[in-house]
Write a protein that binds this ligand. Structure first.
Ligand code: AMP
Length: 308
């Protein structure tokens, strides 16, 4: 274990009630949201400060999930109205969710306000929310060392200009392959990556579901597999759990050299692999450091090979 003062980690994103259907079952109005998956995942590595909004209908037992993980909820606003709701469906091709319904509800009027304590954050994760809100958050953080950002097709289509503006201030962009192609308007992933890196971020991590993740930075490419699970139950939140493991590890290690970032990609992959084993956060919230380390070692074995 690395002994070092952890960097301060902030996330802004959604805390949601999700209804999800996969070929293996369904769950209704369960705990979800980009900031939720991120912070529970990151909580195994470091302390997390969360900024989001919930409505009056948010179940107290879901709040306890976050409290039990020692996540700071000082920046979690409770507003009049209903909590953000997302409804999605997956076919046997589990890599891509089909969004059936997005109810912004309290998100419609949400203006993120960072508690004073959060303004000195070292690491900021702008989870998947309106890029204009992502930008508002960045204006409130004094001197972030690393800004990491996620987004989705919804915002690429509806708020492209705002998104490109946010990207100018982002160090690492984490998106899936479909989003990378759509954002760059380029079908070839290597060319798409080069174009996106010209717009601001120094590093692009492309998540490819069951095929793992590829990281582009400078002229370097690092490819990580995904864990070969026999049972993938629900991919919802895989991307955010990935980002949580990735940033949680970086916050704890403070190692932003290429080697440290590669390790963080594997921790991200480890956390995403646990998350997809159940609906909602049922598996993710029950982990132990020992289980995380064991799977990290499995990942190492997966890609190890020697010259003859
Ligand atoms: P992921 O599967 O990691 O991409 O993220 C899934 C989570 O994102 C779900 O729990 C949803 O509640 C949340 N989500 C879906 N659409 C949006 C949106 N437009 N804005 C914010 N969060 C969203």
């Amino acid at each position: 274990m690395l002994k070092r003062k952890p960097l301060k980690l902030l996330v802004v994103g959604s805390v949601a009630l999700d209804s999800v259907k996969t070929p293996f079952g369904k769950a209704e109005n369960v705990l979800g949201g980009s900031a939720t998956y991120f912070s529970v995942s990151a909580s195994y590595f470091t302390h997390v400060n969360l900024v989001a909004v919930i409505g009056e209908d948010f179940p107290p037992e879901y709040l306890s999930v976050l409290k039990k993980k020692n996540i700071s909820l000082e920046g979690l606003e409770r507003a009049a109205g209903a909590t953000f709701r997302w409804k999605g469906e997956y076919g046997y091709q589990l890599n891509e969710a089909k969004t059936l319904e997005t109810q912004l509800n309290v998100f419609e009027k949400f203006r993120p306000k960072l508690p004073d304590r959060y303004r000195k954050s070292d690491l900021v994760f702008l989870a998947n929310i309106d890029p204009e809100l992502q930008d508002e958050v960045l204006h409130q953080v004094q001197r972030p060392q690393w800004v990491v950002c996620d987004t989705m097709n919804f915002w690429i289509e509806k708020k492209r200009e705002a998104l490109l503006k946010t990207l100018k201030r982002v160090n690492i962009l984490i998106i899936n392959d479909g989003e990378a192609r759509q954002l760059a308007e380029e079908p070839n992933l290597v060319k798409a990556a080069r174009r996106i890196l010209d717009w601001g971020p120094q590093t692009l991590i492309v998540k490819r579901g069951e095929y793992g993740a590829v990281m582009f930075n400078g002229g370097r490419i690092f490819s990580a597999p995904s864990y070969p699970l026999e049972m993938v139950f629900d991919p919802t939140g895989a991307g955010d759990s990935f980002a949580g493991g990735f940033m949680g590890y970086l916050a704890r290690s403070g190692n932003f050299k290429d080697q440290g970032i590669r390790q963080a990609v594997i921790y991200g992959s480890v956390m995403a692999s646990f998350n997809v084993e159940s609906f909602s956060l049922d598996r993710l919230r029950q982990l132990t450091p020992r289980a995380i380390q064991a799977r990290y070692r499995e990942f190492k074995k997966l890609t190890h090979f020697e010259d003859a």
